[in-house]
Design a protein around this ligand. Structure first.
Ligand code: PGA
Length: 256
């Protein structure tokens, strides 16, 4: 791909006032350090989407809005859930699908991940499908087949416009631990994912890495052949997120 993708997953952090503040700071940083070769996306909590969207619109910002989750159904008796059409009305362009925290803490099965990815694409939005093994699976040496199976299950029966599906490789043991995967580990898993993708009907999918990405390791990790990052903790500060975007720009500006 000729463009990097850097997504900030704010998780359950920042109320709408704090979210507006961070969005404005990010706008200032990206204006002073333009990154024309990087698609920049932020994924605030649902309750912040409208406020953050208004700031981005007023600033004519190139930053795009993502939701952290969606229910696969369009409406109905699902207390606490939010649907894809509701997100689309808020000009949300992307949805994170099957983050490991949703899989582990909210029992999101492979089937629900697949149904959600289909609903996102059918609703005209873009899906960031998350896959990744936990520590026990890696120690057992089963990470390659585990991740391959997750990719195939999530994309089962899915066809999407070119580039509307992104796969984020996020090893659970690297998320929020300060212990990012090594470049060679990232390279190996990016390859496994690319091979799995080649057997699906999804085309042009960018592959991201996520798990303790920060301003210091971002440039190195891009050497693992991924197209960008899904960033948690380091996306909560404009300066560190801006530095990760800049690492993407340096890597892609010369044409990757
Ligand atoms: P982290 O989270 O960057 O804080 O490790 C990444 C993620 O969960 O998407």
């Amino acid at each position: 791909m000729s463009r990097a993708l850097v997504v900030g997953n704010w998780k359950m952090n920042l109320d709408h006032v704090e979210a507006v503040h961070l969005t404005q700071q990010l706008g200032v940083i990206l204006a002073s350090r333009p990154a024309p070769h990087v698609d920049v996306v932020v994924a605030p909590p649902f309750v912040d989407l409208r406020s953050v969207g208004s700031v981005l619109e007023a600033d004519r910002s190139a930053i795009e809005l993502a939701a952290q989750h969606a229910n696969p159904l369009p409406s109905g008796a699902h207390t606490g859930e939010v649907s894809v059409p509701m997100l689309a009305r808020l000009r949300v362009r992307w949805v994170i699908v099957g983050h490991s925290e949703r899989r582990a803490l909210y029992a999101m099965s492979d089937d629900v991940v697949a149904a959600t990815a289909r609903a996102v694409v059918a609703g005209g939005l873009r899906a960031i499908v998350c896959v990744g093994e936990d520590e026990a699976v890696r120690e057992a040496g089963r990470h390659r087949e585990h991740v391959r199976a997750q990719v195939l299950a999530a994309l089962e029966g899915l066809s999407a416009p070119e580039g509307d599906v992104v796969v984020a490789y996020e090893p659970v043991w690297a998320i929020g631990t300060g212990r990012s995967a090594g470049v060679e580990e990232v390279r190996e898993m990016a390859h496994v994912i690319a091979e799995a993708l080649a057997t699906t009907r999804v085309t042009g999918a960018r592959v991201l890495y996520g798990g303790s990405v920060n301003a210091d390791n971002a440039a190195d990790l891009l050497g693992g052949g991924v197209d960008g990052f899904l960033v948690g903790g380091a996306s909560l500060r404009a300066e560190s997120f801006g530095a990760i975007v800049s690492a993407g720009e340096s890597c892609y500006a010369g044409g990757r």
